[in-house]
Design a protein around this ligand. Sequence first.
Ligand SMILES: [Zn+2]
Length: 502
Amino acid sequence: MRILLASIATLSFAACASVPANVAMAQSADMLIRNVTVIDPDGRTSTPVQDVYILDGRIVEIADSGSSGRVAEQVTEGEGRYLIPGLMDMHAHTSFRPVHQPSLTLMLANGVTGVREMGSDCVDPEGIAMCIGEMRDAHAQIVAGEIVGPRMLELSSSKIDSNRPDDANAVQAAYRPISAEDAEVTIAFMQERGADFLKTGDEFRPEAFATFARVATEQDMRFGGHVPPYLSVADVANMGMTSIEHARDLPLDCSTYGSEFRAGVLAALSGERESFPNRMEMAARSRDTFDETICAGQIEAMRANGTYYVPTHLTREMDYRAGDEDYRNDPRFDYIMAMQQRFWFQDMDRTAERLGPIRSDLEDFFNLGLRTTGLAHAAGVQIMAGTDANDTMVFPGFSLHDELRHLVAAGLSPMDALRAATSVPAAYLGRESDFGGVSEGRMADLILLRADPLADIGNTREIEAVFFGGRLHDRAALDAMLAEVRAWVADADASMAAQADD
Ligand SMILES: [Zn+2]
């Protein structure tokens, strides 16, 4: 009876209220996350007992619990839960056709709501990699909710190198500049393709690279990736490289061996010396000749130029663990097609055979990578979390949580590790008003966690729900996504096996 009276009272209030229609509209929301602890990496705050209202995929209001008059259609209980922004993987590869959709699904299921795609274009349209137009179409479908996946926030060119075959076609030639004039062609070609970022590879020749870096900087085009082996981190930072990837160059350049190695490569390229420096020595000599003052100089060049650093520690982890039984027995192989597993195992077998004898040096080099990331962070270099997803043993989606753990091991606080996957990428992209924090006006790409990631960064895996593009994916929906990928993998493996039998 009391319930009936209450609803009559509500009805009569609604009927009598002289609230204008537009104000009544403004008081509504699609979703409410109630009683939650809001962790905002941008503001570096953690605020308990908040109500977060979402309308049309954006956060419209955050208020002390129960203090807003807003009415929401869908309510998620957040008591004992933690709300963080969706995570961004700032170095990933999802453009290989066979693994494209499974990778995107694994990312969203793991709370990765944004990705920087680091090889988004095709050198050969018939090849295994999707072309940049196809990637843009996929992004549009994701945003429209037609396919599952994260936002593709930056699409890079494929890797630009100079390793050109004699019979190179025009596209291959543009991707493999040798002379300074070639580099101008490369820039024009990439502009035409509409790449957001120009990715540099290891083989980039000195004359081509110097012109490429100058023209890209003049034209305000973002470029970077691998550091050419004859240049140091400070050199490329001073040449305007936007971001440096993989914890390989900084640990090298933090030693007295760094300048010796770089000079040796340049001398070999110009024919002044017969052979290139022995890469097998790099790990041990970088470790043995580490020099804090040299390191500080390299890092200062990055800081002063605003060079972003994406250390992808997972790639250096693979170098030393490739032969380890526990590393090779990863339960996440259920999500990886047999065909891809074969590539990964071939790579691990090769790596273990070639680098097995210097395993402990490589482990030290991985740890030197963590240490130099920590030093760079402490000196004010902007660090971003990236995984190299789909490279050997880098499981799309899952691995971002592994990299966050490595960043904390490197010396970042859990809040700073979260920033490396949220607010720092948002600033890098110039999208601070949309992403990177939990605040009014920002997009509601959010993760609801069952445990506090500031107490233990491993808790970013404890995902209760993902909010993305105005939709709620609860734990059951996320588990269904994971099951769907396992089923795809099983189907693909079965059809490959059947083809092999024919
Ligand atoms: Zn990569």
